[in-house]
Design a binder for this molecule. Structure first.
Ligand SMILES: *[C@@H]1O[C@H](CO)[C@@H](O)[C@H](O)[C@H]1NC(C)=O
Ligand SMILES: *[C@@H]1O[C@H](CO)[C@@H](O)[C@H](O)[C@H]1NC(C)=O
Ligand SMILES: *[C@@H]1O[C@H](CO)[C@@H](O)[C@H](O)[C@H]1NC(C)=O
Ligand SMILES: *[C@@H]1O[C@H](CO)[C@@H](O)[C@H](O)[C@H]1NC(C)=O
Ligand SMILES: *[C@@H]1O[C@H](CO)[C@@H](O)[C@H](O)[C@H]1NC(C)=O
Ligand SMILES: *[C@@H]1O[C@H](CO)[C@@H](O)[C@H](O)[C@H]1NC(C)=O
Ligand SMILES: *[C@@H]1O[C@H](CO)[C@@H](O)[C@H](O)[C@H]1NC(C)=O
Ligand SMILES: CC(=O)N[C@H]1CO[C@H](CO)[C@@H](O)[C@@H]1O
Length: 517
């Protein structure tokens, strides 16, 4: 069963690496490029996150978040830069609307700052100034014909909650639910797309496993599993709250955004590599997706491998267990699948040397050696290799593992290479990744309904500060006005949106009036 699944996946990977022209119109490749136009209702967008763009970190009643604390401490961020001002979107959000309109996007994905809206979650008091900021933004987006896509939690936990036991204190479940309630009740009338969490894998592993991200805690064996367990329960609470209280009135969609590489076997002729790739995927995306999209529980292979690496004598595991009623409550808490995808990893069974080199805990439990092909093109981010066919691979993984749930790619993009407005590498990257998405949708029947570039503009890239830039627009962080200037990729992406993808230049669709007038 498992082998069969991977074989199907493999044939997909192989066919995308070696695409061949066929007489069938649907397989219309030119040197690996596929001409195809997405349906009219496919949604194109760009994304940001509150901490990375807003600035105004302590204005109008906002409390401190763990990322404020982490960046102010010094020693964690490149050049000790902070996001105290960043793009200053708290004051310059109208400039953001201007460039969103210029691009012609259908949706704009951004996140709410919990500490701006409910500065002290232990009292639950709502900060009206914070609510007003988002009301202005959201209503202006609607006036501009742009759908807001709202992430409730994009990493900036209120510091007071961190100080009160973080995601290990189950009180946070009710506090998160209250925050979600405030957001749904104030903004639900306008907002059709909601995301409960952005990349819980990064929250738990980078924040509490290896401690590279805020709050910088290194407990790789235990905390990622414990905190992920709570985050999944928070997600389910928010989804049920929406489902019972708000869906009848507002009829929106609530989901979670998971980040994942595509995991490919290092040598696809070796069954053990194929199995390792499946295991890596279940440990990464499956950790969160299996409970939510399949059966309310973690993937069996993950339960088995954490158990056997726990080294307990009583059969206990570092991976917590859901009760039967929790499983029922968690299963099915989705309306679509939010996917952040950037790159691909190669998988083979871990050897002793590799196991010794990774922190004991989550990464070691997986028993998979993850590598990159040295032939793949690099970007200026160490983790971000250019592997466009991985987009098609991961979309097919979701199709087969999660019942072809509708997917919105909520992030995809690449860092600047040479720091000029002529960002042709970004165009190459995004064009190829969208093209693989197009193949997944139009050839493989993957149910993908939207695509979102990270990011509309240069912003505070976490521990890289302003040294790594993902924007379609350049922002001059030395200029107090923080002007936003289109890079070549912005102008190019505008064309893709207008075309709904890649119409065949020789055979434009009949209704493409732009090309016949
Ligand atoms: C590509 O599609 C066009 C029509 O859109 C068709 O005429 C042409 O034969 C196709 N090419 C191949 C190689 O299938
Ligand atoms: C989008 O349009 C396609 C046909 O073009 C249709 O099959 C699909 O159900 C529509 N999806 C949504 C979400 O409306
Ligand atoms: C950043 O801050 C840390 C801690 O205060 C300090 O040790 C380090 O020298 C600073 N680095 C730079 C580049 O200023
Ligand atoms: C859990 O959090 C609440 C407030 O959020 C606090 O009152 C309580 O003491 C915390 N419990 C622990 C064990 O830290
Ligand atoms: C891949 O594995 C097969 C089967 O073990 C082997 O024959 C082949 O040489 C391997 N390929 C590479 C590139 O290592
Ligand atoms: C579990 O035991 C194995 C074998 O004794 C050892 O290699 C491994 O590091 C242990 N794992 C942990 C998490 O302590
Ligand atoms: C950046 O790359 C573009 C495209 O290759 C090139 O035209 C430009 O001269 C480069 N700029 C610098 C500063 O290297
Ligand atoms: C029990 C506990 O840890 N309480 C702390 C909650 O956070 C506040 C603010 O940081 C502290 O003052 C409490 O001691």
């Amino acid at each position: 069963m498992l082998r069969l699944k991977m074989l199907i996946l493999l044939s997909i990977v192989v066919s995308s690496v070696f695409p061949c022209a066929a007489s069938d119109d649907k397989r219309n490749f030119t040197e690996g490029f596929y001409f195809g136009v997405m349906p009219e209702n496919f949604t194109w967008g760009v994304s940001t996150a509150a901490f990375q763009i807003e600035g105004a970190w302590n204005e109008d009643g906002k409390s401190e978040s763990i990322w404020d604390r982490f960046s102010h401490e010094g020693g964690h961020i490149a050049l000790n830069q902070t996001a105290d001002v960043s793009c200053d979107s708290y004051h310059k959000w109208r400039d953001d609307i201007t460039i969103l309109k210029e691009l012609g996007v259908k949706h704009y994905r951004f996140s709410l700052s919990w500490s701006r809206i409910v500065p002290d979650p232990t009292t639950g008091e709502v900060n009206q100034a914070g609510v007003n900021f988002y009301l202005n933004l959201i209503t202006a987006l609607k006036e501009a014909g742009i759908e807001p896509m709202v992430t409730l939690f994009h990493w900036d936990l209120p510091q007071i909650l961190e100080d009160n036991g973080s995601w290990g204190n189950e009180t946070i479940i009710q506090q998160y639910k209250h925050y979600a309630d405030v957001a749904f009740s104030h903004f639900g009338y306008w907002v059709k797309y909601w995301l409960t969490f952005n990349e819980p894998w990064v929250v738990t592993w980078s924040g509490y496993g290896i401690g590279e991200y805020a709050p910088g805690i290194k407990q790789p064996a235990t905390l990622p599993y414990l905190y992920a367990h709570t985050i999944i329960k928070c997600h389910a609470q928010a989804w049920h709250l929406y489902d019972t209280t708000y869906r009848p009135r507002f009829n929106g969609m609530v989901s979670i955004t998971l980040n994942t590489d595509f995991f490919a076997p290092k040598n696809s002729s070796k069954p053990e590599d194929v199995e390792a790739a499946e295991r890596a995927a279940q440990f990464s995306v499956g950790w969160f997706a299996h409970p939510i999209y399949v059966d309310g529980d973690y993937p069996q292979v993950m339960k088995d491998y954490v158990q056997r690496n726990t080294n307990s004598t009583d059969g206990s595991s570092r991976l917590p267990k859901f009760t039967d009623s929790e499983k029922l409550f968690i299963k099915g808490t989705f309306d679509y699948f939010g996917l952040n995808h950037y790159s691909t990893s190669l998988c083979e069974p871990a050897d002793a040397a590799y196991q010794a080199s990774v922190p004991k805990g989550y990464l070691g439990d997986m028993e998979v050696k993850l590598t990159r092909d040295p032939k793949w093109q690099k970007s200026s981010s160490s983790y971000l290799y250019y592997v466009p066919w991985g987009m098609r691979g991961i979309l097919n993984f979701i199709r087969t593992n999660y019942n072809n749930t509708p997917v919105i790619v909520t992030e995809n993009g690449v860092t600047d290479r040479n720091g000029t407005l002529l960002d042709f590498f970004r165009i190459q990257y995004i064009r190829a990744y969208i093209n693989e998405l197009t193949k997944a949708a139009l050839i493989d029947n993957c149910n993908v309904i939207g695509y979102t570039v990270w990011s509309i503009m240069d912003n505070f890239e976490w521990t890289s500060g302003y040294t790594q830039k993902f924007g379609l627009y350049y922002v001059d962080f030395d200029n107090p006005q923080r002007p936003r200037v289109a890079k070549q990729s912005g102008t190019w992406y505008k064309g893709v949106i207008a075309d709904h993808g890649f119409p065949d230049p020789m055979f434009p669709p009949k209704d493409d009036l732009r090309r016949t007038t």
